[in-house]
Design a binder for this molecule. Structure first.
Ligand code: KIV
Ligand code: ZN
Length: 511
């Protein structure tokens, strides 16, 4: 019989540490609901001590989620552990994940602590966490560069103190699969009472090996993998949940373990996280990239037509690609709209918010015959930011783009209720539009990223634009969606400006 592989999702914590990916409480709740639907075992909802907004978001997620354990991260000190303990109180099942660095470089240069002090802090943190929940996880940060003997000593001590899950992180993405697997094997062999706990792996992707390293750990006894949707996370990201899950499922012959994940929810989860964070999915990304199941070469197409398994090791519908289904149209009423949003886990805060979104849906349905689930997600995730508190709102945009002529844009926007307009020329219609906005707003921000993705297929599909702006060291992502990509671009730029200037608090402020 195969063993269970626990899927610990940290999109809302490590994933949120990606530049510009900070989320609001409502966004975190929407992702948490989708993660629950996906069937993840543990949702790391944030880092309670990081900010009051983070603590509040964890508390809200904990109060809503019923079928996944809700977890908060905490450094190994009293303040953090108590903050985490308070935040997970409403959870049906709550976990505290406490950590301290164990590598010589981190202990000496960052913590300025002696190894004995580190062991003591780890044990105390675990003991304190047990006052709040019996589900306590301990991580030895930078385990990859920690000395084996010391790592064994710390892990032995925290098992005695009552930790249930021991996490071994490759914090800096330094390992390679053979070594990471061997490290896990040795730990399980050497640490007394290793069989009383679940061993976990948490890998970063700095050398592009986060998934491979995680799988090597699983082959050597790890039964929890910490990962994120789309591989989001600090720097180059974490192990991608969808890749880990599908590798284990597709190669059951090798891994001999199974996860509880409903794989048909993978693509919807990936899209939702991408839309909310503004991190686009590269087309050739495994499992969730637009090209992941498309065959370009004639030989491959011929093979697939004759017998699908000639070139396909997984079925697109098994990871949720078939979810790209028609849901609503121009004639759909408000109730059908509300019901479908509900089915997608999108709960509008008020009747007024529902009415506004419904009005935008009708506008969209006028331009686009078929409305898919992905369009609805975009409508709420992208347009949902455009609430009444937003300072900048797009009123109208006119662009002229003609062969041999300099592109020109005229924009009218509202700045806190005042209608302002500007004209500008630029290298292209989008450049002219951004320049016109800047002429009015004078934000002085730097454009770090501009990307366009189509939400569904077809030339009438909505274009989803992400704009990343930086100003005074602060980085934000803005999103906009429209069937006209220049309008989507203007919306995305204004959305980013609203985040830079706005009052809406990110749960985890990034500076
Ligand atoms: O990368 C890391 O070491 C972490 C720990 C807090 C688990 O994110
Ligand atoms: Zn990490």
């Amino acid at each position: 019989m195969s063993e269970q592989l626990i899927i610990f999702d940290t999109t809302l914590r490590d994933g949120e540490q990606s530049p510009g990916a900070a989320m609001t409480k409502d966004e975190k709740i929407r992702i948490a609901r989708q993660l629950e639907r996906l069937g993840v075992d543990v949702i790391e909802a944030g880092f309670a001590a990081a900010s009051p907004g983070d603590a509040e978001a964890i508390r809200s997620v904990a109060g809503i989620i019923k079928n996944s354990t809700v977890c908060s991260l905490a450094r190994a000190n009293e303040r953090d552990v108590r903050a985490a303990g308070e935040a997970i109180k409403p959870a049906a099942a709550g976990r505290i994940h406490t950590f301290i660095a164990t590598s010589p470089i981190h202990m000496e240069k960052k913590l300025r602590m002696q190894p004995d002090q580190v062991v003591e802090a780890a044990v105390k943190a675990v003991q304190l966490a047990l006052e709040y929940t019996d589900d306590v996880e301990f991580s030895a940060e930078d385990a990859v560069r920690s000395e084996m003997d010391f790592l064994c000593r710390v892990f032995e001590a925290v098992i005695k103190a009552g930790a249930r899950t021991l996490n071994v992180p490759d914090t800096v993405g330094y390992s390679i699969p053979a070594l990471w697997g061997e490290r896990m094997r040795q730990l399980i062999e050497r640490v007394p009472n290793a069989d009383q706990v679940i061993w976990s792996t948490h890998c970063h992707n700095d050398l592009g090996m986060a998934v491979a390293n995680s799988l090597a750990a699983v082959m050597n006894g790890a039964r929890q993998v910490e990962c994120t949707i789309n591989g989001l996370g600090e720097r180059a990201g974490n192990a991608a949940l969808e890749e880990v899950v599908m590798a284990v499922k597709t190669r059951r012959d090798v891994f001999n373990c199974d996860s509880r994940i409903d794989t048909t929810q993978i693509v919807p989860s990936s899209r939702l996280v991408s839309q909310i964070t503004g991190y686009p999915i590269q087309p050739n990304k495994a499992i969730v990239g637009a090209n992941a199941f498309s065959h370009e070469s004639g030989i491959h197409q011929d093979g697939v037509l004759k017998h699908r398994e000639t070139y396909e090791i997984m079925r697109a519908e098994d990871v949720g690609w078939s979810h790209n289904k028609l849901t609503l149209g121009k004639l759909s009423g408000r109730n059908a709209f509300r019901t479908r949003l509900h089915e997608l886990g999108i709960i509008m805060e008020s009747e007024e918010a529902l009415n506004q979104t419904f009005a935008r849906f009708k506008d969209l349905a006028d331009k686009k015959r078929e409305i898919f689930d992905e369009d609805l997600h975009a409508l709420v995730a992208v347009e949902g930011h455009l609430d009444t508190c937003d300072r900048f709102k797009l009123i109208s945009l006119k662009v002229c783009s003609e062969t041999g002529e300099t592109p020109y844009a005229r924009i009218v926007l509202s700045d806190g209720g005042n209608e302002l307009s500007a004209d500008e020329i630029g290298g292209g219609p989008v450049d002219a539009t951004f320049r016109a906005i800047e002429k009015i707003v004078e934000s002085g921000s730097t454009l770090l990223l501009y990307s366009v993705n189509n939400i569904t297929t077809g030339t009438d599909a909505q274009g989803e634009v992400t704009v990343r702006l930086s100003r005074n060291g602060r980085i934000v992502n803005g999103q906009g969606a429209d069937t006209d990509i220049v309008i989507a671009s203007a919306k995305a730029y204004l959305n980013a400006l609203n985040k830079l200037f706005g009052a809406e608090e990110r749960a985890h402020p990034q500076v």
